[in-house]
Design a binder for this molecule. Structure first.
Ligand SMILES: COc1nc(N)nc2c1ncn2[C@H]1C[C@H](O)[C@@H](COP(=O)(O)OP(=O)(O)OP(=O)(O)O)O1
Length: 212
């Protein structure tokens, strides 16, 4: 990883670049709005009990028909941590000891006129019963790379989980979800273009981690 002194505008601190791409000029940011995104991750115990991550299939609103963590806008008077806990409970019915693990900045051309500042949280456990709500359908996915030689969970009488569905997630996710899974703090920025069908594609991006 190369040390960088040229963080994208809107990011601050001492970070090492983990991935970058695109050659568009960074878009201007006039207004930022704060959001949250929360994930439950169960680490692998052994080859027969692989790791898994809880995602939600968004049924309506912004990002509909994509899998994502659980989250939404930080309401006036709330901290991002309070908003993350509220949104997790509202969207899938559970409570969890969420830990802050990353900060993301998303800017789009011709989309919302504000930039999304998203505080990302993770927990290893939760309490309560998972429920489908009118906004999200929760679903577990395997965090084990598909190429592993480990026996399939189905062979052990366990539920077989699909791999993380990056093809049906926001295009930035593949750059930072692995950092979330490895409990590596991260920051990042991605700028998007939106086509006539409403599809978002990244025009420039940068993700990084603190020096170890
Ligand atoms: C553009 O890239 C994005 N990537 C990812 N992974 N997540 C994103 C991206 N842009 C937005 N998000 C997240 C941030 C929030 O968790 C949701 C959007 O929140 P939403 O609009 O659903 O907020 P709510 O307060 O729940 O909204 P309503 O209750 O008013 O529907 O997406």
């Amino acid at each position: 990883m190369a040390a960088t002194s040229n963080l994208p505008p809107g990011l601050e601190g001492n970070y090492l670049e983990t991935s970058t791409g695109g050659d568009a000029a960074w878009l201007p940011i006039s207004v930022k709005k704060w959001y949250t995104n929360a994930f439950i991750v169960h680490e692998a115990v052994d080859p027969t009990t692989p790791g898994k991550i809880l995602l939600g299939y968004k049924k309506r609103g912004f990002g509909a028909h994509l899998y994502n963590g659980f989250g939404g806008k930080v309401e006036p008077g709330e901290t991002p941590a309070q908003a993350a806990a509220r949104e997790l409970k509202e969207e899938c019915g559970v409570e969890a000891p969420l830990q802050h693990c990353g900060s993301l900045l998303f800017v789009s051309q011709s989309g919302p006129e504000w930039a999304f500042q998203i505080e990302v949280y993770r927990a290893d456990e939760y309490t309560g019963a998972l429920i489908e709500t009118d906004e999200m359908r929760p679903q577990w996915f395997s965090t084990t790379p598909a190429s592993t030689d480990a026996p399939a969970p189905a062979d052990q009488g366990e539920e077989e989980l699909l791999p993380i569905p990056y093809d049906t997630m926001w295009p930035d996710d593949v750059y930072w979800i692995p950092l979330l899974l490895s409990k590596t703090p991260f920051i990042g920025r991605a700028d998007f273009e939106i086509d006539a069908t409403g599809k978002y594609s990244m025009k420039r991006w940068w993700f990084g981690v603190p020096p170890s």
